[in-house]
Design a binder for this molecule. Structure first.
Ligand code: PLP
Length: 403
């Protein structure tokens, strides 16, 4: 039994009771499980940052901060949210391809001192604002490399993306032109949701020599190597395939080979995905053209990822059933056939008012979705800890966001 199945079995009646009073779909987080998982990840060899875009909920940020994780923040909104949880600005770095003057100034005003530069213009702007603010800032240059292995990866893989620049483009700059910046390292992240440890490790290994060569050409000491995220979680209901101790051992070896003082990772889904669930009510069931459909109260307005990646989240019927399973096309309430959460096996006695619980929803869930289309309610977000449900963000009606 996976730990998600154990969690669902343990809290089945509590979740069902809450769902009945709630009447609106909601996200539930296993915050104790999350804390234990992060405690296993944090270590003295590899510095771990949480990519806040994966889940900016206050309780998630607080739990990670308590376990010693730092924060990779990509917008002024994420920064405000992380600071509001009491995180020290020295534990925050700023990544992202669209850093406006106002955003960089907001970060500097709030004491953030580490930036990942994604273009030459960005580097110049960070330098200009650092000078105006009379501060020195630490910068990692984000590099895009091309490898033999091709892919249609969400982070772009070998494709041209707005994330960073090729080594040849960076080689053309003169670091002495950027007097208020200390370039401390390089950042690289091109492959998302990798499930094969050896593939991930080989990619990381292949990055070392071109990155070291770039640092040598530019004439700075490569103190920090930031390998971004990309550690995958299974969306097919299987157990996690990546073993953290094995990956960590490989990363320690990479750190040694690269000769860097610090090796950083910015974890998104590997940190939080497995500890979030989305609970959703069946509103209609129909049999049409010899196939079975379930129409749900919430769809891609609450959980968009299946429509963008064509990859459903694993689903379970909340109540127990011994009926044989059969495939159901699971649709949401929006007036578009894109509003589909997958075609997944469920007990054949699935009925109106049953609850489905989707797992692996702790990352890229609610805040990645399109909540306003058709003016439905926003889902609540709750934390389950010590046998108790606490509402962190209540479900809100459309009137809360319509003007
Ligand atoms: C700069 C950066 N770092 C880290 C991450 C986290 O990625 P993952 O969820 O694959 O760990 C992302 C995700 O898009 C990212 O853009």
């Amino acid at each position: 039994m996976s730990h998600q199945q154990q969690f669902i079995a343990q809290y089945q009646s509590l979740i069902e009771e809450f769902a009945q009073t709630q009447q609106v779909p909601f996200y539930a987080y296993d915050i104790d499980g999350l804390a234990a998982h992060i405690c296993e990840l944090v270590n003295d060899d590899i510095k771990l940052w949480f990519a806040v875009k994966a889940n900016p909920l206050s309780s998630v940020i607080q739990t990670l901060a308590q376990q010693g994780m730092q924060f990779d923040v990509a917008s002024s909104g994420e920064l405000t949210q992380v600071l509001a949880q009491g995180v020290n600005p020295s534990h925050i770095l700023n990544t992202g391809p669209a850093k406006s003057r106002a955003q960089i100034q907001h970060f500097l005003t709030n004491g953030v001192n580490i930036f990942v530069a994604e273009s030459v213009n960005q580097l110049a702007l960070i330098n200009e604002l650092a000078k105006e603010n009379d501060v020195r800032v630490s910068v990692l240059l984000r590099v895009q490399l091309r490898f033999e292995q091709s892919s249609d990866n969400p982070l772009g893989g070998n494709e041209l993306t707005p994330f960073g620049l090729g080594a040849a483009e960076w080689q053309a700059i003169e670091l002495s032109d950027y007097g208020n910046i200390d370039v401390i390292g390089l950042h690289i992240f091109q492959w998302g949701n990798m499930l094969e440890a050896q593939q991930l490790i080989s990619l990381w290994q292949a990055m070392i020599s071109p990155l070291k060569a770039l640092a040598d050409t530019l004439g700075f000491e490569l103190k920090v190597l930031d390998l971004g995220g990309g550690l995958g979680v299974p969306y097919d209901g299987d157990e996690r395939t990546l073993s953290w101790p094995a990956l960590k051992a490989a990363l320690v070896a990479i750190k040694r080979t690269a000769g860097v003082e610090e090796l950083w990772l910015e974890l998104g889904r590997f940190a939080v995905a497995e500890f979030g669930y989305y609970v959703n009510r069946v509103v209609d069931i129909k049999h049409n053209y010899q196939q079975d459909l379930a129409v749900m109260q919430g769809g891609i307005n609450h959980l968009l990822r299946p429509a963008i990646t064509n990859q459903p989240f694993p689903v379970t019927l909340l109540r127990s059933s011994s009926a044989q399973q059969k495939p159901f096309h699971i649709h949401g309430p929006l007036c578009t056939s894109l509003d589909k959460l997958g075609t997944l096996a469920l007990p054949s006695d699935l009925a109106v008012d049953d609850y489905l619980i989707f797992s692996q929803c702790g990352a890229y869930g609610f805040t990645e979705s399109m909540p306003f289309f058709l003016c439905h309610e926003l889902p609540a977000e709750v934390v389950i800890s010590n046998g108790k449900v606490s509402v962190i963000r209540p479900a809100l009606p459309a009137s809360s966001y319509l003007y």
